[in-house]
Ligand binder design. Sequence first.
Ligand code: EPZ
Length: 419
Amino acid sequence: MTYIEIMGGKKLNGEVNIQGSKNTVLPILAATLLINGITKLNHCPKILDVEHMIKILIEIGCSVTWEDSSIIVDTRGLNTEVVPTELVKKMRSSIILLGALLGRSHHAVVSYPGGCTIGARPINFHLDAFQKMNVALEEEDGLVKCVTSGIKGADIYFPSPSVGATENVILAGTLGFGKTRIFNAAREPEILELCKFLNSAGAKIYGAGTSRIEIEGVASLHQTEYSAPSDRIVAGTYLAAAAGTGGEVTLKGIGCGSLSTVIQTLRKMGSHIKCGQDSITIRSGGNVTAIPEIKTAPYPGFPTDMQSQIMSVLMKASGSSKIVEEIFEGRYQNVPEQARFGAQICLHDREAYITGVPVLKASEVSAGELRGGAALVIAGLMAEGKTIVKNPYHIQRGYEDICRDLRTLGAQIDYKEEN
Ligand code: EPZ
């Protein structure tokens, strides 16, 4: 069985290139179904979730190939709108195939993605919106069967911002009849990228990045090529690692824009961060200042996907910090593993109180989900001695090669095989 071995207590120094954005590439791969032709998507990360989405596209008849870090998708062979259940179960974000298949073929069958470690992950916003867009839904044996005589534009009001639901409505409305307006849309940069991609293929989508998005349905899209931005959460993860270990690290291929609340927080925690045109440089002495309160929120608030990583850094802060996780009710599942490094972490519903210790204790821990696993790696880098992180495949779902990237920055870290 593979595990990650870290000899912690070393500062991080140097430069590292940031991989393509997972949460940009996944919805754009789904969006390629709206183009009856070939799409070339550049700067894609070679991660398990992307391989998964590729497998689904191939299973339903598309041809998909890698060319270095580009993915070429040809959807002309699409021969079914039934997405294989076992593949949906393994990656719940495949639910965005619903909107793309409805937009392309006017019907789709996807299994209920179900919850995961970080939360119940309901899809009621998605299904309520589709019904308003002239889609008939049938839920049977864990399958969601959708059919429409034609997507009709509608006004969609989300009770709270949802990235996936916003993406699904955009995908369904792009080739629909008339105008779809989304109120309380998610504002994440990944939504903006999806809309820029679709508009580069001839779609008419306005307001992406704001809480009100308008989609004017068009008859068809044409072939296009697009380059994904770097992954802001991977970048944030490495910034947090440097803040915790100390040192000077430059991330290449990404600016501060999409990470402003994370950078603001790391500055308050004692790091110096300089923003370049297409790079971010962090300098830290390794001493961490406690933070009175960090509350996760939809973009542009503090990202829930950075909560666990920041918690690891706060485990070495002088004093007590408070985190409030407002997005996913299950995101503290990782806390017992993090607490093994010696800091005191008390949970009370959505609140976590972290009292740091001057030196973290190297430990043997297990990753349970993607960002929690990355947070354990950060804690291992900060701790004195040898840390073992089991179940690294959770981390490989979103990080191309976290060991390679951190070794580039001087960490002593590698994958090992348990004999
Ligand atoms: C996306 O998940 C991201 N995944 C998540 O990143 C990210 O944490 C999340 O957005 C929030 O930013 C991808 O982009 C592939 P939501 P998504 O719908 O779309 C509730 C990672 O680590 N909700 O914005 O599933 C939901 O329960 C992953 O890369 C409903 O109640 O998240 C949650 O509390 C983890 N009903 C909140 O909205 C719905 O129908 C936000 O969820 C949909 C959502």
